[in-house]
Design a binder for this molecule. Structure first.
Ligand SMILES: [Zn+2]
Length: 547
C-alpha cells in the first residue's frame, strides 16, 4: 500500500513536472518559441553585412582580413556571453603552409616501347606535391592503371589486389563504380571512394610514388578548367608532423585525351576504362615510364579557428559542435571592376548563424543539458583545413562529441517546405532533422545532385572521417513563395555569384528562408542536447563511430 502510494505520488510529481514543461517551455509543436524568437532577420542581416563588408577584404587566411575576421568573431562570442572554447582563449591556432609546386619542365614525357606521349602543363596535366622539400625528383617511374584506385572491403572491391605499386605511378579514374552501374556501391550517390582526395590517400597507403587522375567532366562533375585553375596557384595545406613525407611524391591530373594516348601507347584493349568499371577488373601495368622534377617553395604561417562554448547544465562533458567556415577567397581577379570576393552567402551566412543560434540557446527556458560548442573554422576554401586540424587536435574528446552540425552557404531564395540533407542515409542525425522539421511543418529530402559528392565537400566531413556523425543541410526547392516575378528577381540576384566578387548582400535576397533553416538547426541541436543517446552512422554508411 505504502509502495503504491509512493509510486502514485511520484507519478503525480512527474506528470506535474511534465505538464509544467509543456505548458511553459514549449509550444503546441514542442518548440521553445521564446528561444526561436531571438533568431531574427534584422540582427542576422547585420552580422552577414559586417562579415562580408569590403573592410574584411574577402576573409582570406594569412591576410589582414584574417585578423579582422577572427577578432570580430571572438568579440561577438564574448558579447553573447559564451565562454572561451579553448581553455581561456577563443582561438585555436592552425599551423598552415603555403606550397607552390612548379614542374621544372612544362612538358611531361611518357616513354613506352613503341614511342612517347607528350603532355603540356596546364593544358593536358596539372601536378603538385605535398612534401615540404625543395626538390622532387622522380626517375623512370612505371605507370600502373588501377581502375578507380579503390579498396573497399564492404563492397568487395579492391583495385590494388595482386599488384605492387611501390615506387610506381598509379593512373586512376575519378568517381566510383556506382556512377556507371546502379547495382554497385551506392548507385548515383557518390561514396567517399569516388572523391579525388581519397584516391590520393589510398595511393599513398599503397606506397605509390605518384598519382595521375584521369579527368572526365561528367564523372568529376566539373570541367578541366576547374582542375586547371584550382591547381595553377599556390596551395595551402596543414603542417603535418612528417612534413608531408607520408603522401605520394607527386599528385596530379591528366586530361582524358592524354589518358587515351597513354592506353594506345601501352597497347591495352581500347575499352580498358570500360572494363575497369566492372567487378573483377585487375590493375594493369602499362609498360610506360615517366620522369619529372618539381621545384617546391613554401612558407609556413598560422591562421585561427575561433571557438566558444555554452556549458551544459547536466552533462557538460558531452558536446554538440556547430561549425561554419569563416574564410573566403580574399582579393583576386577583378570582375566588373570589383576584386573583393566578399563571400556573403559563402559563408558569412553560416558564421552569422552561429551567433543567432547562440542567442537562442541563451534564451532557452530549459537550459541545454549537454554543452554547445560554436566553432568558426579557417581555410575551408583551401581544402577543409581548419576543420581537419580540429579533428586531428580536438579540444573536446571525440568520444564525447555527440554530433557536428555544419552550416555552409544558406540559400537566399526564400523559405521552402522541404529541407535538403546532403548525404542522406549516412547518419542518424537525419532522424533528428526529420522530427524537428515536422515541428515546423517541413519535410526532409536528399540533395539535388548526390553524384557530386557534396557530403565530402564541407567541414562536417572531417568530423565524419574521425568517427563523429556530421550534418550538412540547407533549404530544399519547394519554395513557399508562388509569385514567379518575385522568385525570378531573387534568382537573378543570386545567379553567377558563387565564388565571385558579386557574392555580396543584395536587396533582392530574401533572408526569411535562412532564418527558418537556422531555427531548424537550433532545434536539432537543442533536442540532442536534452538527450543521453549518441547518434550513430547508419548501417550502409562507409563510416563508423570509432570513438
Ligand atoms: Zn563554403
Amino acid at each position: 500500500m505504502k509502495k503504491s502510494l509512493f509510486l502514485t505520488g511520484l507519478l503525480a510529481v512527474a506528470l506535474v513536472a511534465c505538464q509544467h514543461n509543456e505548458a511553459t517551455d514549449f509550444d503546441a509543436n514542442g518548440l521553445d518559441s521564446t528561444a526561436l524568437a531571438t533568431i531574427s532577420v534584422d540582427s542576422y542581416r547585420t552580422y552577414v553585412e559586417q562579415l562580408s563588408a569590403d573592410e574584411f577584404m574577402g576573409r582570406k587566411p594569412f591576410t589582414k582580413g584574417d585578423t579582422l575576421t577572427v577578432n570580430y568573431i571572438a568579440e561577438q562570442f564574448k558579447a553573447l556571453n559564451l565562454k572561451p572554447g579553448n581553455g581561456n582563449s577563443y582561438f585555436q591556432e592552425v599551423p598552415l603552409v603555403e606550397i607552390s609546386s612548379q614542374p621544372v619542365s612544362s612538358t611531361l614525357t611518357f616513354t613506352g616501347k613503341n614511342g612517347t606521349v607528350m603532355a603540356k602543363h596546364l593544358d593536358d596535366f596539372v601536378i603538385g606535391s605535398k612534401r615540404l622539400q625543395e626538390d622532387i625528383q622522380v626517375d623512370d617511374s612505371e605507370l600502373v592503371f588501377v581502375g578507380f584506385g579503390i579498396v573497399a572491403p564492404e563492397y568487395d572491391w579492391n583495385d590494388y589486389k595482386g599488384v605492387d605499386v611501390k615506387g610506381k605511378t598509379v593512373v586512376a579514374m575519378v568517381s566510383d563504380p556506382g556512377h556507371y552501374d546502379k547495382t554497385l556501391f551506392k548507385a548515383d550517390t557518390m561514396t567517399y571512394y569516388g572523391r579525388w582526395t581519397y584516391k590520393y590517400e589510398e595511393a599513398a597507403r599503397q606506397g605509390a610514388t605518384g598519382v595521375l587522375l584521369i579527368h572526365e567532366t561528367a564523372a568529376a562533375s566539373y570541367g578541366w578548367n576547374v582542375v586547371r585553375s584550382g591547381w595553377s596557384g599556390p596551395q595551402l595545406d596543414l603542417v603535418t608532423e612528417d612534413n608531408g613525407a607520408s603522401s605520394t611524391a607527386f599528385q596530379g591530373w591528366i586530361n582524358h585525351e592524354t589518358a587515351t594516348k597513354l592506353f594506345q601507347l601501352a597497347g591495352t584493349p581500347s575499352d580498358i576504362m570500360e572494363q575497369a568499371k566492372k567487378t573483377g577488373f585487375k590493375a594493369t601495368p602499362l609498360n610506360i615510364t615517366t620522369s619529372l622534377a618539381l621545384k617546391n617553395t613554401f612558407r609556413k604561417s598560422t591562421s585561427n579557428n575561433v571557438i566558444a562554448k555554452l556549458e551544459g547544465s547536466k552533462r557538460p562533458d558531452e558536446v554538440i559542435i556547430y561549425t561554419a567556415h569563416w574564410d573566403h577567397l580574399g582579393i583576386g581577379e577583378p570582375v566588373n571592376g570589383d576584386s573583393i570576393y566578399n563571400g556573403a552567402i559563402d559563408n558569412a551566412t553560416g558564421v552569422a548563424a552561429l551567433f543567432e543560434i547562440a542567442k537562442a540557446f541563451q534564451a532557452a527556458k530549459a537550459k541545454p543539458e549537454r554543452s554547445i560548442v560554436f566553432l568558426a573554422v579557417t581555410s575551408e576554401e583551401e581544402g577543409l583545413l581548419g576543420s581537419d586540424y580540429y579533428a586531428r587536435h580536438p579540444i573536446f574528446p571525440l568520444k564525447k562529441t555527440v554530433a557536428n552540425l555544419n552550416m555552409d552557404a544558406f540559400s537566399a531564395l526564400g523559405p521552402t517546405r522541404d529541407v535538403s540533407i546532403v548525404g542522406i542515409g549516412q547518419t542518424e542525425i537525419e532522424d533528428y532533422v526529420e522530427r524537428s522539421a515536422a515541428k515546423f511543418g517541413r519535410v526532409i529530402k536528399g540533395e539535388g545532385n548526390p553524384s557530386s559528392g557534396g557530403f565530402y565537400r564541407s567541414d562536417h566531413f572531417n568530423f565524419v572521417k574521425v568517427g563523429v556523425p556530421g550534418l550538412f543541410m540547407g533549404s530544399g526547392n519547394e519554395l513557399l513563395e508562388t509569385d514567379t516575378t518575385v522568385i525570378n528577381k531573387r534568382r537573378e540576384a543570386l545567379s553567377g555569384r558563387y565564388h565571385a566578387p558579386s557574392d555580396e548582400v543584395d536587396e533582392n535576397w530574401n533572408f526569411d528562408g535562412i532564418i527558418a533553416d537556422v531555427q531548424l538547426f537550433f532545434d536539432i541541436g537543442y533536442t540532442m542536447s536534452m538527450e543521453k543517446t549518441f547518434p550513430n552512422f547508419k548501417a550502409k554508411s562507409e563510416f563508423k563511430r570509432t570513438n
